[in-house]
Design a protein around this ligand. Structure first.
Ligand SMILES: [Zn+2]
Length: 299
């Protein structure tokens, strides 16, 4: 977001900007009689502080915006999810606890073969195999490449997918340490193996939200790197449902989006024999449930 856009945003939100310099705004504090613009706001770092002691925060500026209700243009604010997102409830996911480092690398088994995952990719993504659980273990890193979690994909038992103990899915993107937006676009797929396959084919702008549905926290992460989201749902009923929810979320925040789909009739990106990501922008089609179904070819 440009400083001028932000300035406009603050002024519309009832926060009168006096100065801007290097990411920091000096604003006339609305909570005391302020002639020197003593409210300092750094939206990128999520810091705000009134030097007169009225208000202070360091974890995003949503609390500040919440407090300044006069003149708030809700529609306008919704365009900037990174500023206004509030923490969401974490869903309860099944949890497991494994020492990932000590596990052997996976071999190209039937599961990986069907997804065209090569030995090289297994090494690159450090995909492990757990004999006791008969499961693939995919390490999940933060943006800096530190292991913060992992995904367990049971090969022959349910539930299919399990996250590591204490995993906050809403704060993770896979592969967080490898993705790069292309021309401002990020493509969101359902599963980690879809993302792995796409990266194997050279599409670094593909990310998995660990299940398909984009949580608000994840959207916040994505919008730090992208201007537009491209949805690539699985070609099944669940995929359509998830896509619909994602569309609602993106529409709510006024984020431009488009769609892409696995080639041919394959169920998802990983199983396609070839990966291509032609994007259909949302304005070409009216993406209601029916058109998503038609687009994907789901009955
Ligand atoms: Zn103040």
């Amino acid at each position: 977001m440009l400083p001028s856009e932000l300035e406009n945003f603050f002024n519309k939100s009832g926060l009168k900007v006096a100065r801007y310099s290097r990411g920091e705004f000096s604003i006339y504090c609305p909570f005391h009689d302020d002639s020197t613009a003593s409210l300092f706001v750094n939206p990128v770092k999520g810091l705000f502080n009134c030097f007169a002691g009225c208000i202070k925060g360091s974890n995003g500026i949503a609390p500040l915006l919440k407090k300044v209700e006069t003149g708030l243009d809700v529609q306008f604010m919704m365009r900037f999810p990174d500023l206004i997102m509030v923490e969401e409830e974490e869903e309860e996911a099944p949890t497991v606890d494994i020492n990932v480092d000590r596990l052997p690398l996976a071999t190209v088994n039937d599961y990986l073969l069907r997804r065209h995952i090569t030995e090289e990719t297994i090494k690159e993504f450090d995909i492990k195999y757990h004999l006791g659980y008969d499961a693939l273990i995919v390490p999940i890193n933060d943006r800096q490449g530190n292991l913060v979690s992992y995904l367990r994909r049971n090969l022959n038992s349910n539930p299919r997918y399990m996250n590591a103990k204490g995993t906050l899915v809403s704060q993770l993107i896979f592969p967080y340490d490898r993705f790069e937006a292309t021309e401002g676009q990020l493509v969101v797929v359902e599963g980690v193996f879809d993302a792995i396959r796409a990266h194997q084919e050279g599409f670094k702008n593909v990310v998995s939200t660990l299940g398909g549905q984009i949580r608000r926290g994840q959207l916040k992460i994505l919008m730090e790197y992208a201007r537009e989201i491209v949805l690539c749902p699985d070609r099944d009923k669940e995929g359509v449902t998830i896509a619909e929810k994602n569309v609602q979320l993106l529409e709510r925040y006024g984020i431009p989006y488009g769609f892409t789909r696995p080639l041919g009739s394959s169920k998802d990106l990983a199983e396609s024999t070839k990966v291509d990501l032609a994007v259909t922008p949302s304005f070409i089609l009216d993406f209601g449930q029916k058109s998503i179904k038609n687009f994907l070819g789901v009955r």
